[in-house]
Design a protein around this ligand. Sequence first.
Ligand code: MTE
Length: 304
Amino acid sequence: MARRYTSNLTWDDVTPEHLFLNRRQLIAGSGAMLGAGLIGGSAQAQEAMEAMEPNTFEEITTYNNFYEFGTGKDDPARNAHTLVTSPWSVEIDGLVDNPGTYSFEDIMSEVEVEERIYRLRCVEAWSMVVPWNGFELADLLNRVGVQDGARYVAFETANRPDEMPGLRSPVLDWPYREGLRLDEAMHPLTIMATGIYGRDIPNQNGAPMRLVVPWKYGYKSIKSIVRISLVEDQPRASWNEYSANEYGFYSNVNPEVDHPRWSQASERRIGGGLFAQRQPTLMFNGYADEVTSLYEGMDLDEFH
Ligand code: MTE
């Protein structure tokens, strides 16, 4: 199976800028300059560095949301082994030059796989840092050729009752669906993840291919994708349909717009231990420098 892991990105490319600066400050401060009075900034720098310290493989693969395998955090790790991920194919249709059913291997032989260390902020106010392996969604979309008139991208998860015990409960209107505006889908931060820590992505994390949009709440990052459609109108999205005032279509991480039932101003970091401090949530999950321009002129409260 062709799996190219190129690593031409640096921390600079994938780390929110202010965290990166703080990281450098900490590294500088930990050496010779420590004695030179720079220690004052180090608590904040320490916090920023911890905020980008990757979670362990164990944490990332045992505390999951994948309701097709149950609603408990440990259900996916226990149940998702029944999902058959090989062979796997993805239907790409709608407003594209080359619609078709593409095998996972064909896709992987065309795209550039890289490592991206991203923060994942769940709408339930917890977060993790995950070293993904994946490719830019734009890479795939450019290869199939997006036609004029396409304004959104719609995604669907596999819908296999025999392999997904959670589909027996009507928690959501299955299959799980998500959508992005075309410019969000084409943004270089948006990836299709196929691995974690250089290993094939485990079933509970969305094998063999799942979306990761790091500046949005985790539920936009749809797992085990079987269909990608380029469309003109805003597509259906599962949580948005479940409750539109709680789960907006955009779902950009925003500490100033609370969920109707809880605050989004801070978050609990998974793996931080019992006494870990809550961290303040950052606008666009720390990726504001990269993505603020996508929403210029939009009321982010209305379009939450
Ligand atoms: N995709 C599908 N198909 N089904 C789901 O239940 N849960 C979402 C998202 N993608 C979900 C899904 C939510 S709420 C989150 S926070 C992330 O997956 C969690 O990803 P992780 O388990 O890899 O951390």
